[in-house]
Ligand binder design. Structure first.
Ligand SMILES: C[S@@+](CC[C@H](N)C(=O)[O-])C[C@H]1O[C@@H](n2cnc3c(N)ncnc32)[C@H](O)[C@@H]1O
Length: 243
């Protein structure tokens, strides 16, 4: 194992460490759902800009810092963790052409493409070439193409931004719940190699899925553990009330 491990209940495992160092021999996930770190702008000297081929990550105060992971590495990690028969969602915005780079890296890795969903974040990010309010969600797969649990799902997903996390770029739990229920059944394993503050982990708990997640930064990992623990307690309480 590569770092601190938190296993609050059977089927839920959170790991603190660099997912690239993890030997995924025993993991064959039917679903990998993730929101990896990526470079936000073309470069330059101003705050929030990066030069060279680095990708964006965030320190504990929400300031962007560089990290060295590439789209090729992201897709290699995803491929390693995903079972031979699996569905995959990878999030990437159009900023700095990330969604196109992600798609190219996925194809180069041998992952297959179904569709693009888009999360409408609501409040747009100011941009000289058009305000940005959409984030793409690449819908990929391995093995046979298996239809969605809800084939009526439209591409555009309108869910308000997340307020319940300290992470600088959290995804709403409701968005992660929707993605999980589109491609898995209760008891299936969902893996998030870049789980941040744990929105996907919380969603998996609330939907009764097994979960394995990885996070490099101890502060984000600690938050993910706390949120997962709270979700488990909440679920147990609701089940007792319902009996
Ligand atoms: C975009 S954020 C994910 C946010 C998450 N979806 C949430 O709702 O909180 C990407 C995360 O990947 C983590 N990360 C970056 N490189 C990593 C690596 N090599 N292994 C594991 N985690 C990594 C970053 O620390 C960051 O928290």
């Amino acid at each position: 194992m590569i770092g601190t491990v938190y296993k609050p209940i059977q089927g839920i495992t959170l790991v603190c460490g660099d997912v690239r160092n993890f030997d995924a021999v025993d993991i064959q996930a039917p679903a990998v759902i993730t929101d990896p770190p990526y470079k936000l702008t073309q470069g330059g000297k101003r705050k929030g800009h990066f030069s060279g081929g680095k990708m964006a990550n965030y320190d504990n105060n929400g300031r962007p810092v560089t990290c060295d992971i590439t789209w090729t590495e992201v897709m290699r990690v995803v491929d390693t963790l995903a079972a031979k028969q699996s569905d995959i969602f990878v999030m990437a915005s159009a900023a700095n052409e990330n969604v196109f780079k992600a798609h190219a890296a996925a194809k180069a890795q041998g992952l297959r493409y179904h569709n693009n969903f888009q999360w409408d974040k609501g409040t747009p990010t100011r941009n000289r070439w058009g305000m940005r309010h959409l984030e793409d969600i690449l819908y990929l797969y391995k093995g046979k193409a298996v239809k969605l649990r809800n084939c009526g799902q439209k591409q555009l997903i309108d869910i308000p931004r997340c307020k319940e996390s300290q992470h600088p770029t959290p995804k709403p739990v409701d968005l992660m719940r929707l993605l999980i229920t589109l491609v898995t059944s209760p008891g299936d394993l969902v893996v998030d190699p870049f789980m941040g503050g744990g929105s996907c982990a919380v969603a998996a708990v609330l939907e009764g899925r097994d979960f394995m997640g990885f996070e490099l930064e101890p502060e984000h990992f600690d938050e993910a553990c706390e949120r997962v623990q709270a979700a488990i307690i909440d679920m147990a309480f609701k089940q007792r009330v319902a009996v």
